[in-house]
Each structure stands twice: as structure tokens, then as C-alpha cells.
Design a protein around this ligand. Structure first.
Ligand SMILES: CC(C)(COP(=O)(O)OP(=O)(O)OC[C@H]1O[C@@H](n2cnc3c(N)ncnc32)[C@H](O)[C@@H]1OP(=O)(O)O)[C@@H](O)C(=O)NCCC(=O)NCCS
Length: 172
């Protein structure tokens, strides 16, 4: 998979991305905004396992965000079974040196469109923690709409928090 965008490329994860993935993912500020399944500290072994698992999965649902031939982030969606098979949850992170350049917004727009076209989803949604104003802004810029505030629905870093439910509804 390869999406050539203005600010970045969204592409399949490559085995050679281990070094850049380890360097950029090993960041407490990133971990603080993701599920606990995302490890911290983030080691080369975590990077190797993540890339192997991602490359083995069919269909491919998790992609590298790359710039200057280097992986600088990740974006992917989770497929749901049974009656919720028409919807998917999307998640993403970007390496801190590249924040604030519109890269994630562009990648999110493109991957949302790609996911809808590939799987026929009616809905793609995300659940940022309520403190994550940057991610809420990214979702709004990419056309997602705030549907709900899920009060006290998660615990991160020892703190119970609300999650903001944003959704992109595919045109009928
Ligand atoms: C959230 C994240 C992906 C944003 O990536 P990015 O490439 O910097 O995003 P963009 O540059 O496309 O847009 C960021 C927007 O948030 C705004 N923003 C950034 N920090 C902010 C803050 N503290 N308060 C309010 N707005 C903020 C920026 O000004 C920008 O909006 P603008 O274009 O209207 O000025 C990145 O910060 C990150 O990886 N964070 C850690 C992991 C994470 O939160 N993942 C999402 C989990 S739901």
C-alpha cells in the first residue's frame, strides 16, 4: 500500500523501519495518549515484533507515516466483528519533531478515505482522551464530528479519564 501525499507518504511498514520506529516511539508523551498495549519504554524488540505482526496481518490495516525515506509515525484501524463489521476504530501517532506541520491531519484524511473505499465502512471513529486537544483538533480538521463524551470510561497512567468519541460517517 502506498499513498503519496503532500506532507508525507503513507505506506506499508518495512523491516528496515526498526531503528526509526524505536527512536520515535520511545516517547512518554506519545505513550501517554495511546492505549497501554503501546509499550513504554519502547525497545528494538517491540519494534521488530510490531513490524512483523503488522506485515503478517491480512487485510493490511496499519501503515507507516513516512517522510524523507524514514518512518515517522503510525496510523491504523481495528476491524470489528459481527454487526459492527461496518465500522472501524482508527488510531495514530507521529514522532514529536514533526508535530504541528499538518502531517497527521493529511494522513488521517487519506487513510479514512482508503479504509472506506477498501472495506465499505459506513463509519470510522476515534476515542482520544479528553486532555488530548491536539488529537481532537486533528480529527475535526479531517472531517470527524464529536458525538459524545464518554465520562470516566478509561484509565491511563493511573488517572481515570473521559474519552471523546469522534466519528466520520461515509457518504451514502
Ligand atoms: C496528536 C498528534 C497525532 C498530532 O499530530 P500533528 O501532525 O502534530 O497534527 P497536525 O499538525 O495535523 O494538527 C495539530 C493541530 O492541533 C493543534 N494543537 C497542538 N497542540 C495543541 C494544544 N495543546 N491545544 C490545542 N491545540 C493544539 C495544532 O495547532 C494543530 O491545529 P491547527 O492546524 O488548527 O493549528 C501528535 O501530537 C501525537 O502523535 N501525539 C501523541 C499520540 C496521540 O495523541 N495520538 C492520538 C491518540 S487519539
Amino acid at each position: 500500500m502506498l499513498l503519496q501525499l503532500k506532507t508525507c507518504v503513507v505506506r506499508s511498514w518495512e523491516t528496515s523501519d526498526v531503528e526509526s520506529l524505536t527512536r520515535y516511539a520511545n516517547n512518554h508523551k506519545i505513550w501517554l495518549n495511546l492505549r497501554d498495549a503501546f509499550p513504554h519504554p519502547y525497545t528494538r524488540q517491540h519494534a521488530r515484533e510490531f513490524i512483523r505482526a503488522t506485515r503478517q496481518r491480512t487485510p493490511e490495516t496499519t501503515f507507516a507515516i513516512a517522510a524523507n525515506d524514514e518512518a515517522i509515525g503510525s496510523i491504523g484501524y481495528v476491524l470489528h466483528p459481527d454487526v459492527e463489521r461496518v465500522s472501524a476504530e482508527i488510531g495514530y501517532w507521529l514522532a514529536e519533531p514533526f508535530w504541528g506541520r499538518g502531517i497527521t491531519t493529511e494522513a488521517l484524511r487519506a487513510v479514512t478515505e482508503h479504509a472506506i473505499a477498501s472495506h465499505g465502512f459506513t463509519r470510522v471513529y476515534a476515542l482520544p482522551f479528553s486532555w488530548n486537544t491536539a488529537s481532537c483538533r486533528v480529527l475535526e480538521k479531517a472531517g470527524y464530528v464529536l458525538e459524545a463524551r464518554l465520562r470516566r470510561s478509561a484509565i491511563k497512567n493511573g488517572a481515570v479519564t473521559d474519552q471523546m468519541q469522534y466519528a466520520f460517517i461515509a457518504p451514502e
